[in-house]
Design a protein around this ligand. Sequence first.
Ligand SMILES: [Zn+2]
Ligand SMILES: [Zn+2]
Length: 151
Amino acid sequence: MIRNGFVANSSSSSFICCQCSELAGGWDKEPSDFGMFECVNDHTFCISHLSIAEIKDLITKILIYKGIASDVIDDAINSIDKDYMVSYNVVKLMGKLDDYFVIPEHLCPYCNGDKASDMDVMHLIKTTDPKYYEDMRQKLMVERKRKFGRD
Ligand SMILES: [Zn+2]
Ligand SMILES: [Zn+2]
């Protein structure tokens, strides 16, 4: 496996979920080691934000996209059946891919419009309605001062 090649140049990576801001990372790790996916446009997200049906659909599309045989895909998909097993199985599934897999944008739920992350919504408000965004910032600061300010 190509993964062995990484040992010679080990590096530390960290991943932050665009939906819940969960941070994960470690030496020679990739997002799938933490039950996360990463897309070409830098969306990283926990698979736990998807329903089991959405996960099965996404994994199927990824494996088809990577040219994996359909019987292997069926076995893999059938192994995803319980919440607590999902992360573990996704790691195994991604292990069927021989490289550090980054999802193309048409398969990324945050790129293709199936979902919208908090970070993307924030960016949208900031760019389309900067006045509202600034007002909210001021409101937050006033609120914080009222709650925690000393004078
Ligand atoms: Zn998350
Ligand atoms: Zn994306």
